[in-house]
Write a protein that binds this ligand. Structure first.
Ligand code: URA
Length: 433
């Protein structure tokens, strides 16, 4: 077997055998197949696609490239949630303690931000002292003790995906459905949970631009999970506008705390309750409708907020941030972005808004870039809002004041204005179960 023939077979539209897929993944992980051949293979997959069997083989080969975490030491059904990535998506941070406050067990492994999307691990690190690396036995013990933990995925979880993802990122092959489905599901299968709720983002700020594409991706991931004995559900949610009003690490943690205090934005609160209800339902706490009521109660009586404080303390963080936001917000330079005309906001280019927050220092262009935890954007008006000339549309924050002027122009360019009102779009397009 050789890589030239495998590339040629896929480029000609032929189905690869299980052996050919294993050979490709193992060879690339072990550095026997060079980047240029793997790039050609990835591009061939992007153009020619993969059958369900090939996607499942690819997932298995990537899962088996590293360790499969054994969470059997956790009592009860262990649940996990995964978002395909969005702007202002801080759902996991609120959802995990919310589900644990209702009795669920959530062992969450999260990633860092790259490109226009943020990452839960970076956001949590804006809390002083918060440790995102825990040995697996401590991770398990914490979930048994308080019901939840969020850590960064270990280097040994699906190492093939780490290498392949880095290459996809620079060869314009991220957007392939079989490559995305196998990348996400390999990590989920290796992370060892029993029940998984996927949040497939769709719209201008997501990898999937249409609901149809998002549904195909969701179905592909659900089938892989079900074939591997996992309880699965998938949401298709709107990423045509950022989620909530805060983008940036410290700012997003503050918005999560506000949400857990019952004072968060309606879209974020609703999404946390909806996804939380499915995590609880898959964990055996009743129907999604009944679990929604349980989650609402944990939010309104303060149990979810208390659980978040417990999780911060258990992971070495300073839980006084819950009452005093000064460390999370810092004292950055800021500028108000003002409307240049009267009218309605008819569209937001959410990917570009994410890039605008990256340019302020809230995200990375390269994996080695340092983060400014206080940089970011507070959005005051979204699609559907009527504004007048001079109204403040957003506030931008950065430690370096020189970054603010160019970001203001860029932010304004992400917005489309019109004279007619547009209906605000649905938050959840579909739920697959
Ligand atoms: N997130 C992942 O983990 N993998 C992808 O391929 C896309 C988004």
């Amino acid at each position: 077997m050789n890589m030239y023939e495998i590339i040629e077979a896929k480029a000609s539209g032929r189905e690869l055998t299980s052996e050919q897929i294993r050979f490709t993944v193992k060879g690339f992980t072990d550095a026997e197949i060079p980047d240029y051949q793997m790039s050609a293979w990835l591009m061939a997959v992007l153009w020619r696609g993969m059958s369900a069997r090939e996607t499942s083989d690819l997932t298995r080969a990537m899962t088996e490239s590293g360790e499969v975490v054994d969470l059997s030491g956790i009592n009860g059904i262990v649940s996990d949630k995964h978002s395909t990535g969005g702007v202002g998506d801080k759902t996991s941070m609120a959802l995990v303690p919310l589900v644990a406050a209702c009795g669920g067990k959530v062992a969450k492994m999260s990633g860092r931000g790259l490109g226009h999307t943020g990452g839960t691990i970076d956001k949590l690190e804006s809390i002083p002292g918060f440790k995102v690396e825990l040995p697996i036995d401590q991770f398990i013990a914490q979930v048994n003790r308080i019901g939840c933990a969020i850590i960064g995925a270990s280097k040994n979880v699906a190492p093939a995906d780490k290498k392949m993802y880095a290459l996809r990122d620079v060869t314009a092959t991220v957007g392939s459905i079989p490559l995305m489905a196998s990348s996400i599901m390999a990590k989920k299968l290796a992370s060892g949970s029993d029940a998984i709720v996927l949040d497939v983002k769709c719209g201008s700020g997501a990898f999937m631009k249409s609901v149809d594409q998002a549904r195909i991706l969701a179905k592909a991931m659900m089938s892989i999970g079900i074939a591997n004995g996992k309880k699965m559900a998938a949401f298709i949610t709107n990423m045509d506008v950022p989620l909530g009003t805060a983008i940036g690490n410290g700012l997003e943690v503050v918005e999560v705390i506000e949400t857990l205090k019952g004072q968060g934005p309606a879209d974020l609160t609703h999404e946390c309750l909806e996804i939380g209800s499915y995590l609880l339902s898959l964990s055996g706490f009743g129907t999604p409708e009944n679990c929604y009521i349980q989650a609402e109660a944990a939010l309104s009586d303060g149990r979810a907020l208390k659980k978040f404080a417990e999780m911060i303390e258990a992971q070495g963080g300073d839980s006084s941030v819950i009452e005093d936001y000064s460390i999370l917000l810092g004292n950055p330079a800021s500028i108000e972005v003002r409307a240049l005309r009267d009218g309605y906001i008819t569209k937001m280019d959410t990917e570009k808004i994410g890039m605008c927050s990256v340019s302020l220092g809230a995200g990375r262009s390269k994996i080695t870039d340092p983060l400014d935890y206080h940089a970011g954007i507070t959005i005051l008006h979204k699609t559907g809002d009527q504004v007048k000339t001079g109204d403040t549309l957003a506030i931008l924050y950065a430690a370096n004041p020189d970054l603010l002027e160019p970001a203001t122009d860029n932010y304004l360019k992400t917005l489309t204005f019109g004279d007619k009102m547009v209906a605000s779009e649905k938050l959840v397009f579909d739920i697959l179960r």
